[in-house]
Every structure is written in structure tokens, then in C-alpha cells.
Design a protein around this ligand. Structure first.
Ligand SMILES: Nc1nc2c(ncn2[C@@H]2O[C@H](COP(=O)(O)OP(=O)(O)OP(=O)(O)O)[C@@H](O)[C@H]2O)c(=O)[nH]1
Ligand SMILES: [Mg+2]
Length: 464
């Protein structure tokens, strides 16, 4: 089965807790702090792998979690980092954020177009710091450590888009499957009824020194861009093929159609689906030349293709055009003309690949860009006045700082208050009208607002 879109839940490993411990030696009655840090939790990484051909692995299993970091221990022993969880996907997988509640697809995370390319989709939590970090000149024996940072879980959408170099498109029964079978080792079903092909077939074709991947797409019909027939699903796949090979049935077999009209309909459907498809490099093929009586229609079609080629070049006959001016005449049944067509496709694909390689220099670093956006979003917080004397603070980082605090330890709480102040939470509360003694709520915890918190000054010299 052909699985091309899945939604999965990913969660990094939780960070291990920092340790609160003091050195104990027989001859030293009260040693210094020696609690080690907790280990960082593992990340969930999505990685493109050329040996993976579908997303089927993610069809039934939807939850993926990386390993947690272990806790720090005494004698300055740090906890171990959690293992990353690597999810392999086919080359050509596009990853988006996904909102499980609303069912909406969000921000683009990455478009993995090369073998080995990877992106972190869920970060592991940071390990908590052990008490050795909280020593100051005034505080020789900090009796607290940080808890590990809990990792956040989120949903992502993996979508596999075919990474074929060339796609065979055309009306049902035009002979697309017959052609891919003649060009490559692919052996799709071929039959004389429409919509024989239900999912795309891929094949590798070789001509001279070049090889290319060709896709046989299910037949398109009028209205495909609006979802008629099987069209829309598969137009999506063509979005990423460099070259469109438009196969026209000279006999108009399917519903006794007029081949020229068919040609126009397919062109129109591609253009209606997306502007870029209208201008995608294209080769037009006239199939079934073995059937007698097609000379007239071949001549007409050849003339039309030439005219379209010139029009696509802005009316200039000598300018390069995305449409090849030549009409390739073949019989997918006897094989006549197929080698010449294959050579033309191979050459065009080679040319397009070279162009793409040059463009790659300006490629976006998705990991970086998405990561940056996510971090900024994390750092933002919001103050809301719930009622007189009660405020709520929400925001990724603020909430995690609260969760990482050991609430049984007063020193740890004071330390947290200091961090919140450093982040500007106190200022924001003051601006929102908070007064001494007001209640401040952050993820299920309540604090009392104190504009001048003397206890905090104790920690001023620490570097957070
Ligand atoms: N005479 C002749 N018949 C052909 C030729 N190419 C394909 N056919 C026939 O046309 C019919 C449809 O061929 P397919 O290859 O299944 O067509 P398709 O474009 O893949 O069709 P769908 O998968 O339904 O979109 C079959 O009966 C083929 O044998 C050709 O060059 N000459
Ligand atoms: Mg077919």
C-alpha cells in the first residue's frame, strides 16, 4: 500500500535531575557541595534515508519518545545523556508542525530532499544543574539542585512527495503505464479500462550515461484540480518533479475523445492546480502511432506543441522555452520511438539537475530557521489579569522553569523567583497592575507577588 501522509507524536527525553549532595569523608565533618548535573534527554530526529521507500512504518505506531537523561549523583557525577530516537523516512519527505486539536497543519519544519539529511523535531529536556553550580561567596552550601527539564511533546505531519525526475501525466488509458514499462524495469498493471493505475509507480530509466527516476501517475480528467477523479491527490506529487512528460493518446480511446482537446484539458488542469506547474519544463509525447490513421492528428498536435513552446518563451522563437518544441511520436506497445524519447528525457533531467545544484548554494537551512522561530516563541510569555488581585503568566520557558523547580525546597523557590525576575516577568506584572500580596499563577502553582523581594538579592551575584 502506498502511504504518503502520516501524523505522529514526538517527544524528546526528559532531562535528568541535578543532584543535591555534600562531600562526605571521614576526616572532613562537613564537606562542600558535590552534586552532579542531570543528563540531557535525547532528541527525536527525522532523517531521510534512500533505502526507505514509504511511510508505512508510521501507519500504526504514532508515538515516539527519545530516552531520558539519567539523574546526577554525588561526587560530581553527571547523569548520562539520553539516546536520540532516529526516525527514518524516504527522501522527499516534507515535515510540518501539526495541531492535533484543530487538525490544522502548521509551520514547515523541513523538506528532506537528500539522503542523510536530518532535522531535530523534538528536543530533549536539559539536565538539571547539581548544587555545585549554586555556590556563591555568601552561600557556601546551597541545599538545592534543579530538577530536569521535562521535554515537550508535539505532533508533526510527515508527507512523502514523490521525488521522481520526470512524471508521466495524461488522460486515463493514454498509455502511461505501458510507457514506464517500456522505459524501465517497473511492471505496473496495464489494461484497456480507465483508472487502471490507482497509485503512482516509480521506475528507474537509463539512457547512455544518465539515469533518471520516472513516475507513472494515475490518469487525470477534467476537474482534477478540484479533486475530480483521482487527480488532486496525485497532482500533489507532480509538484516536485522537475520535468512533466505529457502523454497524449492519438486514438482518443478513453470515451472516444479528441486528442487535441485532451491535450488542452491536461494543460489547463495543471495550470489550474498551480501556476508553477503551468511553467514546469515539459515534453509532449504522442502515443499509439502504431494505430493506423493518426497522421492528421499528429500533424495538428505537432503544430500546437510548437506554438505553445514559442508562446511559453514569451513569443520569441529563439528564446529558451520550458516546453520542448518537438512532439515525440512513439508506440508504447511496439517500442517505436521510445529510445529517442528516453534520451531526450535523460538529457533534460540532467540539465535541470545541474541547475538545481547551482540553486542549492542558496538553500535554506530549515533546521536553523525553524529552530530559531521556535525558540523565540518559547521565550515569549503573557501576563493576564484573571480578576482583582489574581494574575496568570503563560509561556513555554516560564512554565518549564516552574516545572523544573523542586517545590519542597525553599531555596529552589527563591532561585526560581530570581530567574523569573531576570526574564522580565516581574516588570510585566507591575505594568499589568500587580500589587504586593497579589496572587500570581503559573502552571498550577501560585506565588505571592512581592515588588521588593529581599530574599532574591542574595542571589544577585550568580550568573544564570
Ligand atoms: N495500440 C496501442 N495500444 C497501446 C499503446 N500504449 C498503450 N496501449 C493500450 O492502451 C491501454 C491503456 O494502457 P495503459 O498503459 O494501462 O494506460 P494508462 O495511461 O496507464 O491508463 P490509466 O492507468 O488508466 O491512467 C491498454 O490496453 C494498452 O495496451 C500503444 O502504443 N499502442
Ligand atoms: Mg496506468
Amino acid at each position: 500500500m502506498f502511504i504518503d501522509k502520516v501524523r505522529i507524536n514526538v517527544k524528546g527525553g526528559n532531562g535528568g535531575a541535578g543532584c543535591m549532595s555534600f562531600r562526605r569523608e571521614s576526616h572532613v565533618p562537613k564537606g562542600g557541595p558535590d552534586g552532579g548535573d542531570g543528563g540531557r534527554g535525547g532528541n527525536v530526529v527525522v532523517k531521510a534515508d534512500a533505502s526507505v521507500s514509504s511511510l508505512i512504518e508510521y501507519r500504526f505506531k504514532h508515538h515516539f519518545k527519545a530516552e531520558r537523561g539519567t539523574h546526577g549523583r554525588g561526587s560530581r557525577m553527571h547523569g548520562a545523556q539520553g539516546e536520540d530516537m532516529i526516525l527514518t523516512v524516504p527522501v522527499g519527505t516534507v515535515i510540518h508542525e501539526y495541531n492535533e486539536e484543530t487538525g490544522e497543519t502548521g509551520e514547515l519544519i523541513a523538506d528532506l530532499t537528500h539522503d542523510g539529511e536530518s532535522v531535530i523535531v523534538a528536543r530533549g529536556g536539559m539536565g538539571g544543574r547539581g548544587n555545585i553550580h549554586f555556590v556563591t561567596s555568601k552561600r557556601r552550601a546551597p541545599a538545592f539542585a534543579e530538577l530536569g527539564e521535562p521535554a515537550i511533546d508535539s505532533w508533526i505531519e510527515l508527507e512523502m512527495k514523490l521525488m521522481a525526475d520526470a512524471a508521466l501525466v495524461g488522460m486515463p488509458s493514454a498509455g502511461k503505464s505501458s510507457l514506464i514499462a517500456k522505459m524501465s524495469a517497473a511492471r505496473p498493471k496495464i489494461a484497456d479500462y480507465p483508472f487502471t493505475t490507482l497509485v503512482p509507480n516509480l521506475g528507474v530509466a537509463t539512457s547512455g550515461d544518465y539515469s533518471f527516476v520516472v513516475a507513472d501517475i494515475p490518469g487525470l480528467i477534467e476537474g482534477a484540480h478540484e479533486g475530480k477523479g483521482l487527480g488532486h491527490e496525485f497532482l500533489r506529487h507532480i509538484e516536485r518533479t522537475a520535468l512533466i512528460v505529457h502523454v497524449v493518446d492519438l486514438t482518443g480511446d478513453y470515451e472516444g475523445r479528441d486528442p487535441l482537446e485532451d491535450y488542452e484539458i491536461i494543460n489547463r488542469e495543471l495550470a489550474l492546480y498551480a501556476d508553477e506547474l503551468a511553467n514546469r519544463p515539459r515534453i509532449v509525447v504522442a502515443n499509439k502511432i502504431d494505430v493506423p490513421g493518426t497522421e492528421e492528428i499528429i500533424a495538428k498536435l505537432a503544430e500546437r506543441v510548437r506554438a505553445d513552446s514559442v508562446a511559453a518563451a514569451g513569443g520569441n522563437e529563439f528564446a529558451p522555452s520550458p516546453i520542448d518544441p518537438k512532439l515525440y511520436q512513439i508506440s508504447a506497445l511496439t517500442g517505436k520511438g521510445v529510445d529517442a524519447l528516453k534520451a531526450a528525457i535523460a538529457e533534460k533531467v540532467h540539465e535541470l539537475r545541474e541547475e538545481a545544484r547551482e540553486m542549492m548554494a542558496n538553500d535554506v537551512q530549515y533546521d536553523h530557521v525553524w529552530e530559531h522561530k521556535r525558540e523565540q516563541r518559547e521565550r515569549r510569555f503573557r501576563v493576564q489579569k484573571l480578576s482583582d488581585g489574581i494574575f496568570r503568566v503563560t509561556g513555554g520557558q516560564v512554565e518549564r522553569m516552574v516545572v523544573q523547580t523542586d517545590w519542597t525546597n525553599e531555596e529552589a523557590i527563591i532561585f526560581l523567583q530570581h530567574r523569573l525576575k531576570r526574564m522580565g516577568v516581574d516588570d510585566a506584572l507591575r505594568k499589568a497592575g500587580a500589587l504586593d500580596g497579589d496572587e500570581i499563577r503559573i502552571v498550577g502553582r501560585a506565588f505571592e507577588y512581592e515588588s521588593a523581594n529581599r530574599a532574591i538579592e542574595d542571589y544577585e551575584e550568580l550568573d544564570f
